[in-house]
Design a protein around this ligand. Structure first.
Ligand SMILES: Nc1ncnc2c1ncn2[C@@H]1O[C@H](COP(=O)(O)OP(=O)(O)OP(=O)(O)O)[C@@H](O)[C@H]1O
Ligand SMILES: [Mg+2]
Length: 328
């Protein structure tokens, strides 16, 4: 991820400046490229953070909002969507903690960190009581930190089993860092166990990526039953639940029918915005580059931005930092 470079046009766009305003800021010395000072044609992730700081274009801090991407069904896009979502929030200037809950370590990989090389994982924080600060690693994107995962996480459900307050471990651990972040984005494995129960107990929002096929309905039913039992047995009520259709292809009749069925049965939770099927999105996640860096013009990037806007509007956040991004 440290190889990510912004063109002048994209750099200005991300900062909410016109190219002319960017050129002016460069002249004043508020913005610099550390890549090719002679040419000034490319900017790094560090340049973005430095420019944001120098220009005071940082969004207001907010109490940490914990957003869990979960579906018990596998392969629905939890990891690709959540890691791009987290990257984009950080690119917009928010302080973000991505938490990889899956022993496959794919979210870590999507943010350029090899989970296998990580010294510690959430296992250490939750089971061995290592301070979470000692588990967190920085990614190449300033403002985006990660709790990495690897195979050592695979036995976490068993280790949680005999512990006291075993459903509340993650929620309690996250309290240690809540003043450091505006968002915690959690990427869950496709399983039904104590770790995911912990994640549900910790989250404000549950975001459920689904595919537009009828197999998804069974998974959704199970998920909603679980959420309901949490409300009844553990008195935990989620603030919001969002279902987002992923990898949507409107040319397939079955996809359109499944979308209509979701609109009928889950209208209260279903986001209006869908994420279209996008080859570049699949390619980006396989190369471990967030789609916003891989191709910000792609369908995948546009749709995730729109999903992010819709969710932020629903949780009562200003959708865009108008005062900041209009250059005032
Ligand atoms: N909108 C999309 N368009 C095209 N391909 C996609 C899209 N979203 C996800 N994919 C691809 O689908 C596959 C599964 O995605 P991903 O790994 O994000 O799902 P997951 O729900 O995290 O899977 P798991 O349940 O194994 O954790 C990946 O190969 C990914 O690149
Ligand atoms: Mg995954």
């Amino acid at each position: 991820m440290e190889q990510i470079r912004y063109s002048v046009r994209r750099f200005a766009e991300v900062l909410g400046l016109s190219p002319h305003e960017l050129a002016e800021a460069e002249e004043r010395g508020a913005v610099k490229s550390s890549i090719a000072p002679a040419q000034k044609t490319l900017y790094s992730l560090q340049d973005l953070a430095a420019a944001r700081h120098a220009l005071g274009r940082t969004p207001p801090r907010r109490p940490m909002r914990k957003q869990l991407f979960l579906n018990f069904k596998g392969g629905t896009g939890k990891t690709s969507v959540s890691s791009s979502y987290a990257f984009r929030l950080a690119e917009m200037g928010h302080r973000v903690l991505m938490i990889d809950l899956d022993s496959q370590g794919h979210a870590s990989k999507c943010l350029g960190i090899t989970g296998e090389e990580a010294e510690r994982t959430l296992f250490d924080a939750i089971i061995k009581k290592t301070p979470l600060e000692h588990v967190i690693v920085r990614t190449s994107m300033p403002g985006l930190d990660l709790v990495p995962s690897n195979l050592s996480m695979s036995t976490i459900d068993l280790s949680l089993m005999p512990l006291a307050a075993r459903e509340f471990r993650l929620r309690n651990v996250l309290k240690e860092v809540e003043s450091n972040y505006d968002y915690a984005v959690l990427d869950a494995p496709p399983s039904f166990g104590l770790l995911n129960l912990n994640a549900l107990m910790a989250a404000h929002d549950l975001i459920v990526p689904v595919l537009a096929d009828f197999l998804s309905f069974h998974g959704l039913k199970l998920l909603f039953e679980t959420v309901q039992s949490l409300e009844e047995d553990l008195e935990h009520v989620l603030d919001q639940i969002f279902i987002v259709i992923n990898a949507y292809n409107a040319t397939y009749k079955i996809a359109k029918e499944a979308r209509e069925a979701l609109e009928k049965h889950y209208s209260e939770f279903l986001l209006k915005q869908v994420i279209r099927q996008c080859t570049k999105f699949a390619q980006a996640s396989s190369e471990g580059i967030p789609i916003f860096a891989f191709d910000p013009e792609s369908k995948g990037a546009q749709d995730i931005q729109a999903v992010l806007d819709e969710i932020r509007e629903r949780i009562g956040e200003p959708v865009r930092l108008k005062a900041v991004e209009s250059g005032r």
